[in-house]
Write a protein that binds this ligand. Structure first.
Ligand code: NI
Length: 399
C-alpha cells in the first residue's frame, strides 16, 4: 500500500488542513450547537464534490466516498467544543468568550476533511465505500449514539470503524492505542439531599442536609477503596457541592454532582447501584432523604478490536517508525466513539501532539491546551491509509 505516498500527499495539503483547523478553532461551538462548524464541513465537502447526508443528529454530517456499495468502513471525527475560556498561547484564539476547542475536536474535524480530500483523489481505485462521520456532541451529549441510532453504520453496512484523538501525553510523530479497553465507561450522577432548614444557631430544630451530604461525599469514596478490586477499579469524583447561601441559615437541601467511571460495563452498573444505595442509606441514617439520578447519557467503555488495532499498527509503523507506535494502558477518560466500537470492530487511536518547545504540553480540557499542528497531516494520512487498507483487505476477503 502506498502509505508513504499518502503521507506525502497529506503533507502537501498541510496548510489547507491547518487553515480549516484554525477557522474551526476561532469559532468553537458547544454540543448540538455546531451550526457554523457543520456549515464549514458541508461547504468543504461541496468544494471537494463529495456527497453527504445532513443534518443527522441535529448538526452531524455523513459524507460518502467510493462505490456506495459493500465493503464499507467508517472514519469518525467529533466537532464540538467546551465551555472553557481560552488562555492558550496561539495566534488564532477563540473569538467566543467562554468557549474553546480544548479537546482538539477542531483538529479531528480538519484531519478528517484532509483525509476526505486525499480519498476523493483516489476514489476510482476504492473497492468499496468510506463513510465519513462528522458527529456532534462528544462532550457529554452522546452524539455518537445519536449518529448510530440515525443509521450511519447501516447503508451499506460498516464493517470497521476508526477514530483519532489528539493525545497531549505523546510527542508529535507518535501514535498510541491498545487491544481491548482503552477508555472507561462514564456517567454523571446527581444527588439531592433533603433535610429541614432553619436557624443555624439552633441546629436541633433542623435536619441538616449539609453535614449529611458531606458524609455522603466521604462514604462514596469507600465504595472504590473498600469494595472494588484495586486491579479492576473505578472512579467516583464529586465535583459540585451546592447548598445554602447564608452564614447563619441551615438550608433545606444540598445538591451533589459528579462523575462515575469503570473499565467494564458490569463494574459500571455495580458502581451505579452502590452509589445510589450508599447515598440513600447515609441520608436515611441522618434523617434526610436522598434523591439519586444519573442524568445524561452513559458512555460505554471504548473497546478496541484486536484485528483492527493490528491493522492500525501495521499502517502506522512504517509511517512513524515502529518505536513511535505505543501500546497504551487504559485511562479513565470516557469517549463516545465507544458507541461505534460497540456495534462494529473498531480502533480508537491517540495521535501525539506534544511539543515542549512550542509549549504544547497542557492536557485536554485545560484553558491553555495547545496542539502541535505538525501532527495534523499524520492524522489525515492515518485516516486515509486505514480506509484504503481496510477496503483492500475486506474486498479480498482476507479479513
Ligand atoms: Ni475529546
Amino acid at each position: 500500500m502506498p502509505s508513504q505516498e499518502i503521507y506525502d500527499q497529506a503533507r502537501d495539503i498541510q496548510a489547507w488542513i491547518v487553515g480549516l483547523r484554525r477557522q474551526l478553532h476561532r469559532f468553537p461551538e458547544l454540543m448540538y450547537e455546531e451550526i457554523k462548524t457543520s456549515q464549514l464541513v458541508r461547504e468543504t465537502l461541496d468544494e471537494l464534490k463529495i456527497p453527504y447526508r445532513a443534518p443527522i443528529a441535529k448538526t452531524g454530517v455523513l459524507a460518502t466516498i467510493g462505490t456506495g456499495k459493500k465493503p464499507c468502513i467508517a472514519l469518525r471525527a467529533d466537532m464540538d467544543a467546551l465551555p472553557i475560556h481560552e488562555e492558550a498561547d496561539v495566534d488564532f484564539p477563540s473569538e467566543v468568550d467562554g468557549k474553546m476547542h480544548a479537546c482538539g475536536h477542531d483538529c479531528h474535524t480538519a484531519m478528517l476533511l484532509g483525509a476526505a480530500k486525499i480519498l476523493k483523489m483516489r476514489e476510482g481505485q476504492l473497492p468499496g465505500t468510506v463513510q465519513l462521520l462528522f458527529q456532534p456532541a462528544e462532550e457529554g451529549g452522546g452524539g455518537g449514539k445519536q449518529m448510530c441510532d440515525a443509521g450511519v453504520l447501516e447503508e451499506p453496512p460498516v464493517e470497521k470503524a476508526f477514530g483519532l484523538h489528539v493525545w497531549p501525553l505523546l510527542p508529535t510523530g507518535s501514535v498510541g492505542s491498545c487491544v481491548g479497553t482503552m477508555l472507561a465507561a462514564a456517567g454523571q450522577v446527581q444527588i439531592v439531599v433533603r433535610g429541614k432548614g432553619g436557624h443555624a444557631a439552633m441546629p436541633h430544630y433542623c435536619i441538616d442536609p449539609v453535614t449529611t451530604a458531606a458524609k455522603i461525599v466521604v462514604e462514596l469514596q469507600t465504595i472504590i477503596s473498600r469494595e472494588f478490586d484495586p486491579l479492576n477499579s473505578g472512579v467516583v469524583s464529586v465535583t459540585c457541592f451546592q447548598a445554602g447561601d447564608a452564614y447563619n441559615v441551615i438550608p433545606p437541601t444540598a445538591q451533589l454532582r459528579g462523575t462515575i467511571r469503570a473499565l467494564t460495563a458490569e463494574r459500571f452498573a455495580t458502581l451505579k447501584a452502590r452509589v445510589q444505595a450508599v447515598a440513600e442509606l447515609v441520608a436515611k441514617a441522618n434523617q434526610c432523604e436522598a434523591e439519586v439520578e444519573f442524568p445524561g447519557i452513559d458512555y460505554p467503555p471504548t473497546v478496541n478490536h484486536p484485528e483492527v488495532w493490528q491493522s492500525v499498527r501495521s499502517i502506522a509503523g512504517p509511517l512513524v517508525g515502529e518505536d513511535q507506535v505505543h501500546v497504551m494502558s487504559p485511562i479513565m477518560g470516557g469517549e463516545d466513539f465507544a458507541f461505534y466500537a460497540e456495534r462494529v470492530p473498531s480502533c480508537f487511536v491517540g495521535l501525539g501532539v506534544r511539543n515542549e518547545e512550542q509549549g504544547a504540553t497542557f492536557g485536554v480540557h485545560h484553558p491553555k491546551f495547545k496542539v502541535d499542528e505538525e501532527a495534523l497531516p499524520l492524522g489525515s494520512a492515518l485516516h486515509a491509509c486505514f480506509a484504503i487498507e481496510s477496503l483492500a483487505e475486506l474486498s479480498a476477503g482476507t479479513s
